[in-house]
Every structure is written in C-alpha cells, then in structure tokens.
Design a protein. Structure first.
Ligand code: ARG
Ligand code: ASP
Length: 711
C-alpha cells in the first residue's frame, strides 16, 4: 500500500512538472491525442477528434494555408475567410490605383459581385496527413550511401504523391521530412484557386504603427483582411469563373464575443514556416556573432538610403513602402533575435548540453556525432558567410535583378530562332518602373558593393568582380558605368525590346553584373555547400535521434516536437503579460485608448482615419466593448509561433475564434531557435476589434450576418 502510494506521488509530481512546463511546441494535429490531456488540463474543453479527424468535420477543415506563407480561417458557411492585412497586402496593392487607393482608403465589397478576383492566389485545406516513414524508406538498407538514400526517398515519395492525388479535383500532396529525416509524413491538400478580396481596412488601421510598432508590444494594429473562396457548382476547386459559387466549408469557426482575460487558454492552429530548435551551438554562434550582425549592418545602410529619399518625396515614399517594409521586417527581427539568444546564454547552454551528450555517447551508437557536426560547420562557415553576404549585397540591387528577369524572357527554339515573351516582359516592365527610383538603387549599389569589397575575403570574390574593380578603380566609378550605360535605365527603350535584341540585353552591364555572380555562385559555391549540407543533414539525423534517446534515458524532461516546416501545427498556451526588462511589466491586452494616445496626424504611421476619431469621441462602440466599456484591440499569449503563423486563428477553450495571430514581441523573437516561456509572446488581434471595424468603420453589416457569433 505504502509502495503504491509512493509510486502514485511520483507519477503525480511527474504530471505536475509536465503541466507547468513551458508552452513551447508546435504539435502535429494528427498526433494531438498525445497532447490532449495537457491541453485539457490547461483549460481546453474539446477532444482530439475535434481538432483533427479524418472521419468527421474538425477544426482543421476551417484552417487554410493562405498564399505562399500565411494562414487563414473560414468564418462563415459561405466561404468567408479571415487573414492578416499584411498577408493580403500584395492583393490589396494590386487592385489599387491613384483613383482607387485601397491601401490608403480600405476596400469593402458591398455585395458578392463587387468581390475582386486574384489570379495567382490560392488557399489549401489539409485533407489528411499520415506517417509514411516505412513506405518512404522501403528499399533502404543501412550501409547504403546518402546519395542512394536521397534517391530512394525521392522515388518512394513521388509514388506516394501520385497515389494520393490520383482521384479528386485540386488535390496536391507533399512528403515532408520531420526530425531531420527520422520521420516522414505525407500531407494531402485540396487547393482552391478562386479566392476573391472581400474587404480590408485602410492601412492607417490595418498597418497602424507601421514599422515603428512592428514586432513590438504594446500594439494597436488592426492587421486583418477578408477574402472569399469560390468553388464550382459541386463545391470543387476550379479556376476563376464568374459562374463559380461561394465555397461551402466542412467546418467554419464560430466567433466568441465573450472576450479575453489574462490566464485564458489559447490555441493557435496554423502553418508555421521554419524553426531550428535542435541545432548545434556552432549554428547559433554563427547567427549571433556573424550572420545576424552582418545582415543587420547591411540592411541599416540600405534602409537609411531608402528612408532619406522617401522622406524627400511623397511619390518615392509610396513606391518604396512595400520594399522598405520587407527589408525592415527581418532587419528588426534579427536584432531582437540576437538580443534574445544572448540574454538566454543559448550558445553556452547548448555547449554544456553537447559536452554532457558527448560523455554519454562515448563508446555507443552516437559516439562522434557532435564532433562531426562541429567539423562540418567549420568547413561550411566561410561559405555561409559568402552566401549571406551575396544575398544582402549583390542581389539587393534592383536594376541588375530586373535586367536578368528581362533576359529570362528570351527563349531559344530548337531551330535556334530566338523568341521573346512580350507579355511576360510587359508585366515585368509595368511592375518594375512603377516602383523604381534610380538614385536609391545606385546609392544602394555603391554602399553594398563597398561593404562587399571591404568584408568579403579575396578568395571568395569572383574573377569577374576583381577584373571590374581593377578596370574601374572604385565601386563608384563602376556604378557610374552601369547606371549610365545600361539600357534598363531607359523605360522607353526597354518597352521597345524585341526578339532581335537578345545580344543587347545579354551584353548589358546590369545583366552581366548579376549573371556573372550567378554563374560563379552555381559553379564555385553551390556544389560545395550542397555537399556539406548533405553531410550535415546526415549527421543531424543521428544527432536528433541521439538527443531523444539521451533525454529519455537520462530522464531529462524534454518534450520533442518537429521543427516547423510550413505544415499545419497546433500551439497552445494562455493569455499572459510579460516583463521585458527590469522594472517593466506589460499587461496582456491593449484598447482603443492606446490608439488615441498614439494618434498623430503629423506622423504617417500614427495618422488614423477621422472616422475612428469621431467614433471615439462619441463612444459609438456598439456591442463590441470589453467589461470596462472600451474597445479591445490586441492581446498577447504564450503560444509558440513563427513566420507563417500570421493570420492563424486564435481559439479559446470552447473551440471558438477569439482572435487572429499576426506577430510576436521583439524580446521573444529568438523563439525560432530557443523558446523562453517568460518572454516569448505571440501577438493577436482581438476578434472584437475586427467586428467593430466591420460594423462601425466599414458599415459592412452584411458580413456580420454571415457569421455565427456566440457569447
Ligand atoms: N512582423 C510581422 C511578420 O513577421 C508583420 C510584418 C508586416 N508588417 C510590417 N510593418 N512590415 O510578418
Ligand atoms: N508576422 C509573422 C508572419 O507574417 C508572424 C511571426 O513571425 O510571428 O507570419
């Protein structure tokens, strides 16, 4: 009796330590039964089958991969979809012109016929996922070479993919390696291609705070936009047609207007893009000491140039707004990431773990694995540096990139006659010159290539570069040559190009610049990095498995989840404030009061629409207020998210929608590498703010009528 008692206590303590463990992790939906007890203990009231099921409609059927790297969710029985403003940004911009500036003024379709098609945009539902490790590795014998293994994996995967997509419209499938190829999963999706823009608030709401507030808390951004999925008469995927009808989802989210309080359970269902939680300390050291700081430095120079010209001209400000936002987004994230890695002593902690692992592994199956990884990183590092540098300098210039794209419009037929894809070229030309300002590009070229000259080791400079540098004597003189002589600086001449002009295009100094670097990269760099990365992959496969065995046998409490790879995942946690620094504590939610505090007609990022000021003055809030009679705007929680989770549904204990995920707090952006439950927070839009904007600012009540609201 006493004995069983002791065992019971031991089990309970284990469960207890389990339940207080960090909210870290991005879990596979089909294996969620392994986590459901923990989720329920933290407050979730539904079952694993409600999250993922292949037998009945489940929440997974209301979540989509939106475009190439965002998440969206279904919120009505008529295919209405919610995602972020920054996820729909490109579509909103494409429909915008000086007469209809939907970025500036917002857009609301007042009926179905006003919804705007978006060729090229698609959404994918996950039909099912399946562990196919045995099938993928069929025919593989230990002792085979890595090349043979790669070949076998590819052949078996292709067979599985064709089998899975044989029947049914719009099916596509992928086989993904998890845990560095220790496990393989088949993912079968149904992809819809007729996705129309339904609504977006003006950027002064949807992008409120701009890059100043990006990655920051407290936040007041109304980062949402709405689309509708269309299908053929049988509810199947079909290309755009005016005969298509709104898609009828198997499942859509009911929306809770009951609000969010500190401590509430939250669950994020979406498509996180990339994390690297199990990497060796050397990989983190490189990011912390070299990779991130170099990239930050180069982007600071680039952003300073853009900002200077953007401040001088309204036209240039608009032209470079999206480019600037893209450059600034990662630039700011990397800074937070480096700080976070340092603060958490990640390199040191990983080194300690590796030392202990090595001692444990000595003489066993995993002996030498860590050393092997160290050795590969040593050989890889100069190449990683060269690639990082190339990406942030040479390919950061605009004219050369455009020139090679135009060069790509030439096609040589079997008869050796040259063709020119006029239509493709026309599209590229329109897009390029609309948003091009030569003085910025030239100054960026000079700044970036001077850094390149200074910081790239001689044996990593292509002969082409050395010759040009010798010929012109300085980067400035070389830039002068390119930007005065390239035909691509003259829009009119470029518009007149045809099949006869291939030699002009190929011999152009801008084309030559990028293609010379490209050739050097593919002959001198890529073969080496490809080989080293393959070695690394193999070593990591062992190290990953080794880490699991080590932690299990040494009773080190650690729950393993596969790194993010843009497949559907569940993250769960709770609403919680945080203390980013000594003496500072942040509350977990923000309200419209904060918008008014930031409001400033003089500052572009904080200049809200007059409509919102009027509503605030009259407190005309409708039914969307919190318990203090205020309009809630954003909240933070401990869910583990990353890029790609933007637009993800934030779900409460009852399985209802309470928010839309869109960002993380700056101090916690190291969560792609190491997660700190005290600091890492995802930022979501409170669904009541979305409803408030639709109701009071957009006057689009017809959309509210489609939704199912619950208290
Ligand atoms: N930081 C968020 C993410 O990584 C939002 C980015 C878009 N907003 C912006 N101001 N650039 O995607
Ligand atoms: N803002 C990111 C996205 O667009 C989300 C994140 O990195 O937390 O996916």
């Amino acid at each position: 009796m006493k004995h069983t008692r002791l065992v019971l206590i031991a089990v309970l303590t284990m469960m207890f330590s389990w339940s207080v463990r960090a909210d870290e992790g991005m879990w596979l939906p089909s294996l969620i039964s392994q986590r459901i007890a923990d989720m329920q203990e933290k407050g979730f009231k539904l079952e694993a089958e409600d999250i993922y099921s292949i037998n009945q409609a489940s929440l997974k059927d209301a979540v989509v991969l939106f475009g190439r790297g965002c998440t969206g969710e279904l919120i009505s029985p008529e295919g209405l979809l919610l995602t972020n403003h920054h996820c729909g940004y490109a579509q909103i911009q494409k429909h915008s012109s000086v007469e209809h500036d939907y970025l500036k003024d917002g857009f609301w379709a007042m009926n179905r016929s006003e919804e705007l098609p978006n060729p090229g945009l698609s959404v994918s539902f996950l039909e099912r996922m399946e562990d196919v490790t045995d099938k993928v590795l069929e025919g593989y014998e230990p002792g085979m070479t890595e090349d043979q293994r790669v070949w076998i994996v590819r052949e078996n995967s292709n067979a599985l993919i064709s089998e899975a997509t044989k029947e049914g419209k719009g099916l596509r499938a992928t086989v993904e390696a998890l845990y560095y190829g220790n496990q393989y999963f088949l993912f079968v999706y149904r992809q819809y291609e007729d996705v129309r823009l339904v609504g977006a608030p003006p950027s002064s709401i949807g992008k409120f705070g701009g890059d100043t507030d990006n990655w920051m808390w407290p936040r007041h951004t109304g980062d949402f936009s709405m689309f509708r999925i269309y299908a053929d008469k049988d509810n199947n995927p079909a290309p755009y047609s005016k005969d298509n009808v709104p898609y009828k989802p198997k499942k859509y989210f009911h929306i809770s207007t009951g609000g969010v309080r500190e401590g509430d359970f939250t669950f994020i269902y979406g498509f996180p893009g990339r994390t690297q939680e199990y990497v060796h300390s050397e990989a983190v050291r490189y990011i912390e000491e070299t990779g991130d700081p170099q990239k930050i430095h180069l982007r600071t120079l680039r952003l300073n140039i853009m900002n200077k010209y953007q401040a001088e001209s309204q036209k240039v400000r608009i032209q470079y707004s999206s480019k600037n936002a893209n450059v600034a987004n990662a630039w700011k994230k990397w800074q937070g990431e480096v700080k976070g890695i340092r603060k958490m002593n990640t390199v040191r902690n990983k080194q300690d773990f590796e030392s202990a692992f090595k001692r444990w592994a000595s003489g066993g199956e995993f002996d030498g694995v860590v050393e092997k990884i160290e050795d590969i990183y040593k050989r890889l590092e100069p190449y990683s540096y060269a690639v990082d540098y190339l990406n942030e300098t040479v390919t950061a210039t605009e004219l050369p990139k455009f020139a090679t794209e135009i060069a790509g419009c030439y096609m040589i037929g079997l008869d050796n006659l040259v063709g020119f894809d006029q239509e493709k070229a026309a599209g590229l030309i329109d897009a390029f010159y609309k948003d091009y300002h030569l003085p910025i590009d030239k100054e960026v070229f000079i700044a970036m290539m001077n850094e390149y000259e200074k910081n790239m080791p001689e044996d990593f400079k292509p002969q082409y570069y050395k010759d040009k540098y010798a010929e012109f004597g300085s980067i400035e003189a070389w830039a002068e040559h390119i930007y005065s002589n390239s035909i691509f600086t003259d829009e009119q001449k470029v518009r007149e190009l045809d099949a006869e002009d291939m030699q002009i295009v190929l011999g152009d100094p801008a084309t030559e610049f990028l293609s010379a670097f490209g050739l050097w990269y593919s002959t001198e760099i890529l073969p080496v990095t490809r080989k080293l990365n393959q070695e690394l992959q193999l070593a990591y496969r062992d190290y990953m498995r080794g880490q699991m065995v080590y932690c299990r046998t040494q009773r080190i409490p650690k729950d393993f989840y596969p790194d993010a790879n843009l497949t559907l995942r569940v993250a769960y946690g709770h609403v919680k404030g945080y203390s980013p620094a000594d003496g500072t504590y942040y509350l977990p939610s923000s309200t419209i009061t904060g918008i008014m505090e930031k409001d400033n007609p003089e500052v572009f990022d904080y200049n809200i629409p007059q409509r919102l000021r009027d509503i605030y003055a009259e407190k005309d809030y409708g039914r969307w207020t919190d318990e203090n009679g205020n309009i809630p705007v954003c909240f933070i929680a401990t869910n583990h998210t990353t890029g790609g989770n933007s637009g993800s549904p934030v779900i409460n204990a009852d399985g209802n929608l309470i928010g839309v995920n869109f960002d993380r707090v700056w101090e916690g952006t190291m969560s792609d590498i190491v997660f700190d439950p005290d600091i890492c927070r995802n930022i979501s839009l409170d669904i009541r703010y979305v409803l408030f904007i639709i109701d009071k600012v957009a006057d689009a009540d017809h959309l509210l009528e489609e939704m199912t609201l619950v208290d």
